[in-house]
Design a protein around this ligand. Structure first.
Ligand code: SF4
Length: 164
């Protein structure tokens, strides 16, 4: 897997202050995408041991609420296994931290074929320029849903995340 950046103290991509892993690779080609440089799966840098250590060191800070996987698309088929492994590791090593994941796929596309056991919140759907609203929290366009993954899996229907 390749990645473009690891940002720390991010306030825009989920609740609280977060560490964000920006993965490389996206096939959605949304009109108006702000990060087209992330579409190439071979772009950026290899996500190696040093990057993984950097990620987990940043996550293991008291003021950090959790980790967000973004991109690109963390659920690009090329990234899925690695991202799901990292989510599992985060929950095992640092169970007090929450895990958010942004994807251009819909919940319905991934719920049965991706192991979402270790994801707390999934923000789904492609960016739709005509539905762009800068007043929205955590999403770029109003079609995107902020999904409580564990409740949705349990009840077998989409349950939107509510701020605790
Ligand atoms: S899913 Fe995200 S990264 Fe991919 S094209 Fe759409 S807005 Fe850009």
């Amino acid at each position: 897997m390749n990645y473009h950046n690891i940002t720390k103290d991010d306030m825009l991509n989920g609740e609280g202050l977060r560490v964000v892993l920006w993965t490389a690779g996206c096939t959605h080609c949304c009109d108006g995408c702000q990060n087209p440089q992330t579409w190439d799966v071979a772009g950026g840098l290899e996500f190696d041991k040093n990057a993984e250590n950097e990620l987990f060191e940043a996550l293991n800070q008291d003021h950090i609420s959790g980790i967000t996987f973004s991109g690109g698309d963390p659920l690009h088929p090329f990234n899925r296994d690695e991202v799901i492994r990292l989510a599992k590791k985060a929950k095992e090593m640092l169970p007090s931290k929450n895990v958010w994941l942004y994807t251009g796929f819909l919940w319905e596309d991934v719920k049965d074929c991706v192991d979402l056991t270790n994801i707390d919140v999934l923000v789904d759907g492609e960016f739709q320029k005509e539905l762009n609203d800068n007043n929205l929290h955590w999403v770029g366009s109003s079609n995107q849903r902020i999904i409580d993954v564990q409740k949705s899996l349990k009840e077998n229907k989409v349950i939107e995340y509510c701020k605790p």
